[in-house]
Write a new protein. Structure first.
Lengths: 312, 495
C-alpha cells in the first residue's frame, strides 16, 4: 500500500517541481500558484463542484440512483417552504443555538478567567478544559448517552433523580445542549485565554496605581479588552450550532429523538436525501439552509461594521 | 456540532480520497483473488490468497492512480470491469448484528461445509436506513452484491425490476424451493406484478412477553403454565391490575416502548389490524384509514400510561429482567431474556379487540440489480439463499419464525421454548400496506410513528392524532416514489 502510494505521488511531485522552476523563471512572483494548485484542485473537486451540482439538483426531481432526473423548476423550493417538518427541524436547530451560544460564551469566558488567574497547575486546568474538544463527536455523544441513560446513567444516580433525559421531548434537547457544552467549550475557552494573555500588563498596573480594585479592573479593563474575541466566539458558535447534527444523531441512536424533538435541519435534509431517496428535494433544502446561514453571517458583519462606524 | 472551521474541512478532503483509493485497491484484490481462486481450483490446488505478483501490484498501483485522479466516480466502473470475471464467489450483504449476526454466520459456515465449491463473501452492514441507502446506490451504480437481505415490506418501494432482479424460479426449484412450503400470504408479499422479487427467510413478530414467576403469584397462569387468554381490553387491564398487585415495587407493570417511534408504530399496526382497519382501497387510489378505529387503538395505548402501568422512558428490557411482569417486544429479544435466565413466556400481542393479529415483518433474500446478472455467481446466490431458508432452525434460535414451513413441524423446532408458544403468529400477521413508502424504517413508519408516540405520551389527543395520521396517509398516497416517479396507485404493487 505504502509503496504503491509513493510510486503514484512521486512523479506528480517531480512534475510540479519542474514546472514551478519554469514558472519562477518566467513569471517571478506568480510561482506561488503552483503551491496552492493541489489544494485548489481538491477544493474544486470536493467543494465547488458539489456545491454547483447541489444547486443544479435542487431544480430536479433527482433520486439517489442518479438516474432519470428531470428538471422541475422551483417545485422543490415551493414544497419545502410549505413543509411543516422542515420548519420544525429549523426550529430545533434554532432552539439549540439559542441555548448553547450564550451558555458556551459565558462559560468559556469564566473558565478562561479561572485558568488565567490561577497560579498553580495552570497547565492542568488548560488541559482539563480543552481536552474534551479533542474527542470525536461519536465518542463524546456515546459517552453522554451512557451518562444520561435512565436507570443506569451516572447523572440521575448522582443527582438522585429519575429523569428520562433521552426519551422525553422536554429533556432530550437539554441533554444534547449539556453534552455540547462539555464537549466544545474548550475551543472558545482557548480563544478567550489567548485574548486574556494579550491584554498588556501596564493597563492593570496603571489602574492599580489609580486605586482601582479587582472588580473595577475586571469591568473596565478585562471585559472591554475581550469585546472583539467575544464577537468572534459568538459568530463561530452561532454558525457551528446552527449546523447541529452529529452529537444529536449519536445520542439519539440515529433517530429524530422523542417525538422528533431533536431532529435538526441538517438531519432532516439527510433523511430526505438518504432515507426517502429524494436527492433533489434535499438539495433544495440545503440551498435554503445555505441562504439562511449566509444571511446570519452577513447580518452579523453588517451589525459589526455599523457598530464600529458608530463608535468612531 | 460540525466545528465549522475551514482548516478542518481541508483536512477532511484528503483522507477521503485516500480511503477511496484504498477501497479501490481492496476491490481489485478481491476480484483478482476470486479469479485466481477459480483458476487454481481447476488446477486442483488449494484455494487461498494468491501471491502478490507484479501484475497485481500494477493493478493496485493503476487503481490508485485512477482513484487519485478521478476520485470516487472512477470506483464503480473500474471495479465492475474486473468483477465480471468472478463467477464462483457469491458476494452477500446483510444487516444482521448481535445474536442474529452470529446465527447467520453459523448458517453460512454450514453452507460452506455443505457446498465448498461456492465461496461466500459476506459483508454485514449497519441495520436500518444506512443499509438500504447503500444497497440502493450499489444497485444503481451497478456495483451490487450477488445476494442481499431486505425487509419484505420495503421490496415494493425498492423499485423491483430496476434496483432488484427477479428470482429465477427454475433455479430455485432446482435447489428445492417450492411455493407451497411458504405461507401463501407471506410468499405473495414478495411477488410484484406476478414475479417473485423476495424470498422470505422468516417472519419476526411483536410479542407479549410475560414473567411466569410473577403471573403465577397473581394467578394469571393457566393449567398448561401459559398466560391465560385475554380477549378484550377490559380483561387486559384486569390482568395488568392483578399483576401490579404482586410485582416488585418500583418497577413498571408493562414495557410498551412508549417513546420509541418504531415500536409504537408496530404496535399500532397490530391493533389497528385487530379492529379490521384498512389503509387504502385495492387500487391504492383512496385512503380508507378509519379515524374512529385508530382513535380507539391510540386511547388503548394512552390508558397504559394514564393508569400508571408504564414508566415512560424506562428501559423496557432491563425492567423485565428485573421483574416487571410484562413487556411488549420483538421476538428478537428471546435470546436476550433466555440468556438472562428469566422464567418467561411469550405470546402474540393479546387479541384485545377480538381478532388475533400481531405485527409481522419479514427478512427476505433479494437479488440486487446487476447489469449482467447470470452465470455461476447468480446460480450460487440462488443456491445459497435456498440452502439458508431451508436450514433455518439455527435462525429460529434468534426468536424469528422460519418462513419455510417444514422447519416448523420438525421435532427440534417444537422443542424450542417460547418459540413454540407463538409460532401461530405465522397465520395472523398484521402487516403494513403493500405500497412503496412502507416497510421497516421506511417513510410510512418514519412519518406516522412519531404521531403515535405523541398520543401515547400525552402531547396530543388521540382523536387529533388519528386525524393527523389520516392527513399524512392522504399526502403519502398522492406522493411519487422518488425512484421511479410513480405514485402508489401507479406503482404496480399488486398483492
Amino acid at each position: 500500500m505504502t509503496t504503491s502510494a509513493q510510486t503514484v505521488v512521486a512523479p506528480a511531485r517531480a512534475r510540479t517541481a519542474a514546472a514551478t522552476a519554469t514558472v519562477r523563471r518566467k513569471q517571478g512572483f506568480q510561482h506561488g500558484g503552483w503551491f496552492i494548485a493541489p489544494f485548489l484542485a481538491l477544493f474544486a473537486l470536493f467543494v465547488i463542484w458539489p456545491l454547483l451540482r447541489g444547486l443544479y439538483l435542487s431544480f430536479t426531481d433527482a433520486n439517489i440512483s442518479g438516474e432519470g432526473a428531470s428538471f422541475i423548476g422551483l417545485d422543490n423550493y415551493r414544497e419545502a417552504l410549505h413543509d411543516q417538518l422542515m420548519w420544525d427541524a429549523l426550529g430545533h436547530s434554532a432552539y439549540f443555538t439559542l441555548l448553547v451560544v450564550p451558555c458556551i460564551t459565558v462559560l468559556a469566558c469564566l473558565l478562561a478567567l479561572l485558568a488565567h488567574n490561577i497560579e498553580r497547575g495552570k497547565w492542568l486546568w488548560r488541559l482539563c478544559f480543552f481536552a474534551p474538544f479533542l474527542l470525536p463527536s461519536t465518542v463524546a455523544g456515546n459517552l453522554f448517552q451512557w451518562l444520561f441513560t435512565q436507570g443506569i446513567g451516572m447523572f440521575n444516580h448522582v443527582l438522585g433523580i429519575d429523569t428520562p433525559w433521552l426519551t422525553d421531548k422536554s429533556y432530550a434537547m437539554l441533554a444534547i445542549v449539556i453534552e455540547t457544552l462539555w464537549w466544545t467549550v474548550g475551543f472558545s475557552f482557548l480563544l478567550y485565554l489567548a485574548a486574556l494573555q494579550g491584554i498588556p500588563d501596564h493597563l492593570y498596573e496603571a489602574a492599580k496605581l489609580d486605586g482601582a480594585n479587582a472588580w473595577h479592573r475586571m469591568v473596565h479593563i478585562t471585559l472591554p479588552m475581550l469585546r472583539h474575541i467575544t464577537g468572534l466566539v459568538l459568530a463561530l458558535q452561532i454558525l457551528a450550532s446552527l449546523q447541529l447534527f452529529d452529537q444529536a444523531v449519536v445520542m439519539m441512536d440515529f433517530g429524530p429523538g422523542p417525538e422528533l424533538s431533536t431532529r435538526a435541519f441538517v438531519q432532516y435534509t439527510l433523511e430526505q436525501g438518504f432515507t426517502s431517496y429524494r436527492v433533489g428535494y434535499a438539495s433544495a433544502m440545503s440551498v435554503i439552509f445555505f441562504v439562511l446561514i449566509a444571511v446570519v453571517a452577513l447580518g452579523r458583519m453588517w451589525l459589526l461594521r455599523n457598530r464600529e462606524e458608530g463608535g468612531r | 456540532m460540525s466545528k465549522a472551521l475551514t482548516g478542518k474541512r481541508l483536512l477532511l478532503t484528503v483522507p477521503f480520497e485516500v480511503t477511496s483509493a484504498i477501497r479501490y485497491v481492496e476491490q481489485c484484490r478481491i476480484t483478482v483473488e476470486s479469479r485466481t481462486g477459480t483458476g487454481s481450483r481447476t488446477d486442483g490446488q488449494a484455494m487461498g490468497r494468491p501471491d502478490l505478483s507484479r501484475r497485481h501490484l500494477l493493478a493496485a498501483a493503476g487503481g490508485l492512480a485512477v482513484a487519485g485522479s478521478f476520485g470516487f466516480a472512477a470506483l464503480g466502473t473500474g471495479a465492475d470491469a474486473l468483477a465480471s470475471g468472478a463467477d464462483t464467489r457469491v458476494r452477500y450483504w446483510n444487516l444482521f448484528s448481535g445474536g442474529d449476526g452470529s446465527n447467520m454466520i453459523a448458517m453460512l459456515d454450514a453452507f460452506r461445509r455443505a457446498d465448498p465449491a461456492i465461496d461466500v463473501s459476506d459483508a454485514t452492514l449497519q441495520w436500518g436506513s444506512p443499509y438500504y441507502t447503500k444497497l440502493a446506490m450499489a444497485a444503481a451504480g451497478n456495483r451490487a452484491p450477488d445476494l442481499g437481505v431486505m425487509h419484505l415490506g420495503r421490496v415494493t418501494g425498492f423499485s423491483p425490476g430496476r434496483l432488484l432482479d427477479p428470482w429465477d424460479m427454475d433455479l430455485l426449484a432446482k435447489y428445492g424451493v417450492r411455493e407451497e412450503d411458504w405461507n401463501p400470504r407471506l410468499w405473495q408479499r414478495g411477488v410484484i406484478d406476478g414475479t417473485l422479487y423476495a424470498l422470505p427467510l422468516d417472519i419476526h413478530v411483536q410479542l407479549c412477553f410475560y414473567r411466569r414467576d410473577v403471573l403465577k403469584k397473581a394467578d394469571l397462569l393457566g393449567e398448561d403454565g401459559l398466560m391465560i387468554p385475554v380477549t378484550s381490553t377490559d380483561e387486559w387491564f384486569e390482568v395488568l391490575k392483578k399483576a401490579r398487585k404482586v410485582q416488585r415495587k418500583g418497577l413498571q407493570t408493562i414495557g410498551l416502548w412508549t417513546n420509541d417511534q418504531n415500536f409504537q408504530w408496530w404496535f399500532f399496526v397490530a391493533f389497528y389490524t385487530q379492529l379490521g382497519g384498512r389503509w387504502f382501497n385495492d387500487a391504492n387510489t383512496e385512503v380508507l384509514f378509519d379515524v374512529d378505529k385508530a382513535t380507539e387503538v391510540l386511547e388503548f395505548f394512552r390508558k397504559h400510561v394514564t393508569d400508571g402501568y408504564v414508566i415512560p422512558g424506562a428501559p423496557t428490557g432491563e425492567q423485565f429482567i428485573n421483574g416487571a411482569p410484562f413487556t411488549w417486544e420483538g421476538n428478537w429479544s428471546v435470546p436476550v431474556f433466555s440468556g438472562a435466565k428469566v422464567d418467561y413466556g411469550a405470546t402474540p400481542l393479546p387479541p384485545v379487540f377480538g381478532k388475533q393479529a400481531t405485527h409481522a415483518e419479514s427478512h427476505s433474500f433479494v437479488l440486487p440489480h446487476q447489469a449482467g446478472r447470470g452465470g455461476a455467481a447468480n446460480e450460487g446466490a440462488h443456491r445459497l439463499a435456498a440452502y439458508v431458508v431451508k436450514h433455518a432452525l439455527q435462525w429460529a434460535a434468534g426468536g424469528h419464525i422460519p418462513a419455510y414451513r417444514p422447519t416448523l413441524s420438525t421435532a427440534a423446532y417444537k422443542k424450542l421454548t417460547p418459540q413454540n408458544e407463538y409460532v401461530s403468529a405465522m397465520n395472523h400477521q398484521a402487516t403494513e400496506p403493500k405500497v412503496w413508502f412502507a416497510g421497516s424504517t421506511g417513510v410510512l413508519a418514519q412519518d406516522l410513528g412519531p404521531m403515535v408516540v405523541s398520543s401515547t405520551m400525552g402531547s396530543a389527543k388521540p382523536a387529533t392524532v388519528a386525524q393527523r395520521m389520516k392527513k399524512e396517509l392522504v399526502k403519502l398516497l398522492a406522493s411519487k416514489n422518488p425512484m421511479d416517479g410513480r405514485t402508489a396507485a401507479q406503482g404496480g404493487a399488486v398483492a
